[in-house]
Design a protein around this ligand. Structure first.
Ligand code: FPP
Length: 238
């Protein structure tokens, strides 16, 4: 079925949990809980399709401004997800990394994150990056600070600060840029996600709300990607 090129790196803005819950007259955390099942679908679908890297936007720095009850429900869910899935992820050959400012997590959240990274470190099939307490502008500012420190120390010269030097300091440095970005729930914006990395990424926006996302939705996105012509700013050879 998937005979064309497979995107090596897929990134997803998982959106619409709140709307999914309101449509059912349920409190928002029910939508997040249903969204956890969709995360499993995305991971399994990515493995089946042969995707190598899956980067999910789970919690933004801006999300810290949500009501305390919703934040704590989301953090509990993250810990629950890790506790429930770590063995399965390990068995599937998934290696998990958490990207973002983890100093803002609770001690319990931080240790769950460290545990899943440690226990899945041998995974070879799929790299699963969970962006938590993540903001792209924050990531770029962090990279700038690291480079400034090296210049001040004298280990780097000013002339060495180029695109490659910045790229190498981003949280995503080991995995390269996404080939395909999926956003659910129909919103047409990037919401401070991977702004540097998405420069030439193909965008796929679906009206499906995140809790309804499944392997089929992922497959449809990949099939759509296969019909795109990627030019990276150049012209097509004729
Ligand atoms: C956006 O929907 C979704 C989030 C802020 C949280 C995403 C979390 C999950 C999918 C569940 C847990 C994930 C992991 C990795 C354990 P929204 O609340 O902004 O929805 P709305 O736009 O309809 O209000």
């Amino acid at each position: 079925m998937l005979s064309g090129p497979i995107p090596r790196h897929v990134a997803i803005i998982m959106d619409g949990n709140g709307r999914w819950a309101s449509e059912r007259r349920l409190p928002r955390p029910f939508g997040h809980r249903a969204g956890m099942k969709a995360v499993r679908e995305a991971v399994e679908g990515a493995i089946d399709a042969g995707v190598a890297v899956l980067t999910l936007f789970a919690f933004s720095e801006e999300n810290w401004n949500r009501p305390a009850t919703e934040i704590s429900a989301l953090m509990d869910l993250l810990e629950e997800y890790i506790a429930k899935e770590v063995a399965e992820l390990k068995g599937q050959g998934v290696r998990v990394h958490v990207l973002g400012d983890r100093t803002r997590l609770t001690p319990g959240g931080r240790s769950a994150v460290e545990q899943v990274e440690r226990e899945t470190a041998g995974g070879q099939k799929l790299s699963l990056n969970l962006c938590i307490s993540y903001s792209s502008r924050g990531e770029i500012a962090h990279a700038a600070r690291l480079l400034a420190e090296e210049v001040l120390k004298g280990t780097k010269q000013l002339e060495d600060i180029d695109e490659e030097a910045i790229r190498a300091k981003l949280y995503t440095a080991p995995w390269g840029d996404p080939d395909l970005l999926i956003r659910t729930s129909g919103e047409q914006r990037l919401s401070n996600f991977l702004l540097w990395q998405l420069a030439y990424t193909e965008l796929y926006i679906t009206p499906v709300l995140w809790p309804d996302f499944n392997r089929r939705t992922l497959l449809e996105a990949i099939l759509d990607y296969q019909r795109r012509e990627r030019r990276f700013g150049k012209v097509t050879a004729s």
